[in-house]
Design a protein around this ligand. Structure first.
Ligand code: ZN
Length: 151
């Protein structure tokens, strides 16, 4: 294993064991539940908006290391973003974990750690669950979404 892969592995484990922004918001504007029945991942994403910006984002739930670490890194990444910025980074992340070449010039930062998921198709839904849930919350959906159903 290369040094970079070790570092990524460590980063994912760290976010799994001590997830960031884990818990509930006091006054969320949006709350949605996301499920990935193929793996048993389950989480709730809450957001509070200020105009067009994601002012606060938090998540709760349980799942495999990839799903939880991905949710944790996502909350860190999207906090403070506008809806447009979210859509852009969502598309880049989706391309990254499905192994699609992207010509985006966005800095991936910690998100790059999930690039290895592309080699394991069964884990792609674990990695994108939090992102799909956040997207649904941002678009004003209510209730819950599943990786096995179209939103
Ligand atoms: Zn999973």
């Amino acid at each position: 294993m290369s040094g970079v892969e070790d570092l990524y592995q460590e980063m994912i484990l760290d976010h799994y064991k001590s997830p960031r922004n884990f818990g509930k918001l006091e006054n969320p504007d949006s709350e949605i539940e996301g499920r990935n029945p193929l793996c048993g991942d389950h989480l709730v994403v809450q957001m509070r908006f200020e105009k067009d910006q994601i002012a606060e984002v938090a998540f709760e739930g349980d799942g495999c290391a990839i799903s939880k670490a991905s949710a944790s890194v996502m909350t860190e990444t999207i906090r403070g973003m506008t809806r447009g910025e979210f859509q852009e980074v969502f598309a880049v992340f989706q391309a990254l974990v499905t192994g699609v070449e992207s010509d985006s010039v966005l800095e991936l930062g910690k998100l790059a750690a999930f690039g290895g998921v592309a080699a394991f198709p069964a884990r792609v839904k674990c990695a994108v669950l939090a992102w799909h849930t956040a997207k649904a919350a941002l678009e004003g959906h209510k209730g819950s979404i599943s990786t096995e159903e179209k939103v």
